[in-house]
Design a protein around this ligand. Structure first.
Ligand code: SF4
Length: 337
């Protein structure tokens, strides 16, 4: 097997919380021991409710924030401990597309200037004519007219602005793009167009994508693998087919139960999770999901389950898989309850 493009091992990101007098009052364990790999040309989707830590993982991989512990390796080179100057040449290889393209585009710059910046900064063209040619190619690539280069961000629709955001990411000729809720703010039909564009670009350019999203319906259309996060940890990871057909963690099962299925007669049993996500400052003892899990039993409140291999590349962190098959509500085809 080829070495992964990106490898993240036991990543932790804790934020200090200060009390009213400025003294340390604890830590928000936003990311608390996350490991995954992404191959070249592969899409891994990181999913979970708001606040589960998935965007913090993306920021850590991009080195937009320091990490508390763990290791991040890009194409065989450890990057989390590099100085800013040593990291700079590698920065080009990982780009990001954010949720809100309007706030991430400078409103005072024409699109031409926005796209020229990474081309110039990373030394990807020398002359003005070469830069202009590259900008035209980028606009072709994201299916925008070439005269878009002369316009300002406010002259475009949300979907068009997101195409510009993608063009800006592509300008650096990256190997990996982190899409942080990149289609969440768009209308349904525009969402589908942007997802289709990302898929086409992935095939054309061999890009790897880390697709961070709370929207499993979109993820189902475009991912190769899924990692489900809850309160700073990955609780299940699997190839798309396995996770959508037969989730092995009650949290995944609950998230999927809210995703509409195409055939009206083929309903998923809806599971409404009770209560709110607990505080990451003081996560529950044992399994972090035990306060909301419909299957929690005594062991869940004292012992934290580790991710375990359930075959076919599917891993889940749940004590149910130690029970005899007949007693495990998730051992079948994902239609428990
Ligand atoms: Fe639910 Fe227990 Fe499994 Fe956690 S370990 S998901 S509480 S059954």
């Amino acid at each position: 097997m080829n070495a992964p493009l990106l490898s993240v091992t036991d990543l932790k990101k804790h934020f200090a919380v200060r009390g009213s007098r400025g003294a340390a009052a604890g830590f928000v364990r936003a990311v608390d021991g996350v490991s995954f790999e992404i191959a070249r040309g592969e899409t891994l989707s990181l999913v979970g409710e708001s606040g589960c830590g998935k965007s913090t993982v993306g920021r850590a991989v991009l080195r937009l924030s320091d990490i508390t512990a763990g290791e991040i390796v890009l194409d065989g080179r450890r990057i989390d401990d590099l100085s800013a100057s040593a990291f700079r040449p590698l920065r080009r290889r990982m780009q990001v597309v954010f949720q809100d393209p309007f706030s991430s585009l400078n409103p005072r710059l024409r699109i031409k200037a926005t796209l020229a910046e990474p081309i110039r900064n990373f030394g990807l063209a020398r002359t003005a004519a070469q830069i202009e040619e590259k900008i035209s190619e980028l606009l072709d690539t994201v299916r925008l007219p070439r005269d878009a280069a002369k316009r300002f961000p406010h002259e475009f629709s949300g979907g068009q602005r997101q195409r510009i955001g993608i063009a800006r990411a592509l300008a650096a000729k990256p190997d990996l793009i982190i899409c942080d809720e990149a289609v969440s703010a768009l209308d349904v039909s525009v969402k589908a167009q942007i997802v289709n564009l990302l898929q086409d670009l992935q095939k054309e350019l061999g890009l790897a994508l880390l697709f961070i999203s709370h929207d499993l319906a979109i993820v189902e259309h475009m991912t190769h693998r899924v990692a489900v996060m809850y309160l700073g940890k990955i609780v299940e990871t699997a190839k798309k087919r396995e996770i959508f057909a037969s989730p092995k963690h009650p949290y995944t099962f609950a998230l999927l139960s809210a995703v509409p299925v195409p055939e009206p007669g083929n309903m998923r049993t809806r599971i409404v999770l009770k209560g709110d996500v607990p505080s990451p400052i003081n996560p529950p003892q044992g399994c972090r999901f035990n306060t909301r899990c419909p299957y929690a039993f005594d062991r869940c409140r004292s012992e934290e389950p580790a991710l375990r291999d359930l075959g076919e590349g599917q891993w889940a962190a749940c004590h149910l898989h130690d029970l005899p098959e007949a007693e495990n509500p998730l051992s079948g085809g994902g239609h428990a309850v």
